[in-house]
Design a protein around this ligand. Sequence first.
Ligand code: NDP
Length: 466
Amino acid sequence: MSNAKIGLIGLGTMGAALALNIADKGFDIAVWNRTTERTKAFHDGAGDLASRITPTKTIQDLVNAIAKPRAIILMVPAGQAVDDQIAALRPLLDDDDLIIDAGNANFHDTNRRARDAGDLPFLGIGVSGGEEGARFGPSIMGGGKRQYWDRVAPILTAISAKYKGTPCATWMGEEGAGHFVKAVHNGIEYADMQMIAEVYGMMRDGLGMDHASIGDVFAKWDKGPLQSYLVEISGKVAKAIDPDTNKPMLDVIVDAAGQKGTGRWTVIEAQHLAAPIPAIEAAVVARNLSSQRETRAAGEALFGAAPHHIPHDTVSLETLESALMAGKILCYAQGFGMIGKASEEFGWSLPLPQIAKVWRAGCIIRSAMLDDMATALAEDANRNLMFAPRFADTLKKTHSALRQVVAQGALHGIAMPALASGLAYFDAMRTARGTANMIQGQRDFFGAHGFARMDGGEGHHGPWGS
Ligand code: NDP
């Protein structure tokens, strides 16, 4: 039998959900998993969709079960597993069969795999939305040759999330462009989550609020301009009760955040590109710091406990909401700025407005604000988002709240690395005469690096030696 429309390898959390989604949208799919028991369990649990799914026991069976020209999705851990699966598949495939890596690959690996594939069809696509997104509609960021994207676009757009009817699946560009955009998405996600965690810290430690009340605040914010999946789930997380202890879940969860590396990749790449993304960097650093629990406990014993309560009249809940709004705009401005820089550097022509559009639904950072961002980027993709009139107006109204929150955090020992970095970025970006003249003076003093003069000309040197 060779009539499945598409194949999929890797029936873990994401692969299983994606396969069900594909079958649900009416496409016959053949699946294979390294551990055969998982394939059987998956098929047994597929319910009404089982008739659209062909389970296979070997890769050869999988290949045989797919209609030509074939398309096969890999949903296995990023790295060696992807290379191994490509190596196992290629000898069994025809020259026009397409391999699609839909995991969280480092885009440099996707660039390499696309080049190694030569004329053999290969796509690297970023899929966001976690298990639920994969099952009911993820946001999909495609990369590779356009004609290969077009071949599978009907399936990928059908299974993707829809924002007011518009599919959240777009081709981003050649080679690793899709995985690059997915990595920046994850970097923004880190910063968005960290900023929410910081305002949570201000409510819990600074204002002494209990978790139920904090949950109510997030639920309220989710109905306003901060409406977003992350604010919504933060409210639910804050309100949840541990069935074993009857305490708030947040009281029983260890305060050390994990990561799989995509945030770190974003930060490393930003350094290569000289793209300023301080809020995202701060969020990655905050996760690293969070894992140093013993050192933090020793620090508290040595220096005394922070934080201290802050007077309620200095930071109201409205001030916190405005601060989070300002922080979020600045974080997205940085993320889109980095994408713009990469677009130039790699010659990708990354479609910034479309990127904002595919993030409007399905993915973890989906939010009301992204629709406005898509509009602002469509007006002028090269302009920093913080200068787009609608966001400039909001920043004019909210940056003093951000300043107030960061200042009170600093005064009372409540660490706010991402919000503070966002504020520093804002202040730097609205300071026409900065302080790098001092850096240039120092560099010329010790290294004769030369500097440009305000009254004209490059390569000047100071009178330091005299
Ligand atoms: P899981 O750990 O749930 O599943 C991994 C799957 O890959 C399993 O089917 C496993 O098979 C298979 N596998 C593991 N190693 C190999 C190998 N060396 N060769 C062949 N198959 C292998 O992972 P996820 O589904 O969570 O993630 C899959 C990909 O999707 C990753 O790249 C991940 O980063 C990405 N992703 C994950 C998201 C999430 O929220 N979980 C969101 C977006 C992307 P077996 O049953 O034999 O162990």
